[in-house]
Write a protein that binds this ligand. Structure first.
Ligand code: KIV
Length: 286
């Protein structure tokens, strides 16, 4: 595989795609080799999501993830995908306590991990955090609908904005976040028609969909759901584009069996020593 020759993806590039009516591609990623592959595939945006708490670290929710976890993984992803538009996801309690906490932690993503923007969850109640971060010169992305850090308050991983009143609140929140300075908003698991209304009403804001239908400016998927790599469940909105989990499992079973049956390793898998050196070694050992 060759190195990427693509130019760095910028906010201007993303808005150009919106103007041209070309959907933007966005995936989660948490490690160097996967970032390398995503860069080769031409994926434009990469989210180092705090979902890594579940997909990579095996927690039951995203809540235990720390800023240090996020920075370590974001750095690895940046090394693998130097030109992608890299978004750092602000983990639980890294922005909720105060505007100052939010700015400091957003700054860490930019300074320590080379991110291009940050994302945080929440509606009007988080607008002051978005405003503070944007005023500090850091591009910010909002996240509405199903917001996993509030999954307990939302009553589980379920569709949001099903009733007119709930949908109106999400539409109002989107406008508030846009006015606070968010250049992009992710809508997770809201009805397609609500997503369409928000996209049509966006003036200077890129609307991205995760399970919210085709009318947004682009699509996001969780990498582990796309490739059968998260064993606990597969959300309905995720399409499996290839079952890497099954391929890896079959390979692991074959390795196990070949070692047990002494079929692995074969001479091409080890290194020999010249006869004269070996004889001399035996002499030295007496
Ligand atoms: O952490 C994450 O991957 C996310 C997605 C669920 C959008 O925030």
């Amino acid at each position: 595989m060759s190195e990427s020759t693509r130019k760095k993806i910028t906010i201007n590039y993303l808005f150009k795609k919106v103007r041209e009516g070309e959907p933007i591609t966005w995936l989660t990623c948490y490690d160097y080799p996967t970032a390398y592959l995503q860069e080769q595939a031409g994926i434009e945006m990469i989210l180092v999501g705090d979902s890594l708490g579940m997909t990579m670290l095996g927690y039951d929710s995203t809540l235990p993830v720390t800023m240090d976890d996020m920075i370590r993984h974001s750095q690895a992803v940046r090394r693998g995908a130097p030109t992608a538009f890299l978004v750092g996801d602000m983990p639980y309690m890294s922005y909720q306590p105060s505007v100052e906490t939010a700015i400091r932690n957003a700054g860490r993503f930019m300074a320590e991990a080379g991110c291009d923007a940050i994302k945080l969850e929440g509606g009007a109640e988080m607008a002051s955090r978005i405003e503070g971060i944007v005023k500090a010169g850091i591009p910010a992305i909002g996240h509405l609908g199903l917001t996993p850090q509030s999954v307990s308050a939302l009553g589980g991983f379920r569709l949001q904005g099903k009733t007119a009143a709930m949908a109106k609140k999400i539409i109002d929140d989107a406008k508030t976040l846009e006015r606070a300075g968010a250049f992009c908003i992710l809508l997770e698991m809201v009805p397609d028609r609500v997503c369409q209304l928000i996209t049509e009403r966006a003036e200077n804001c890129i609307i991205m969909s995760l399970g919210s239908g085709p009318h947004a400016h682009g699509q996001l998927l969780i990498f582990h759901d796309m490739f059968g790599l998260y064993p606990k469940f597969k959300p309905r909105m995720a399409k499996v584009f290839g079952n890497a989990g099954e391929i890896i499992l079959n390979g692991l079973k074959a390795y196990h069996d070949e070692v047990k049956e002494r079929k692995f390793p074969q001479p091409e898998n080890w290194f020999g020593m010249p006869d004269d050196e070996y004889e001399e070694l035996l002499d030295m050992l007496g």
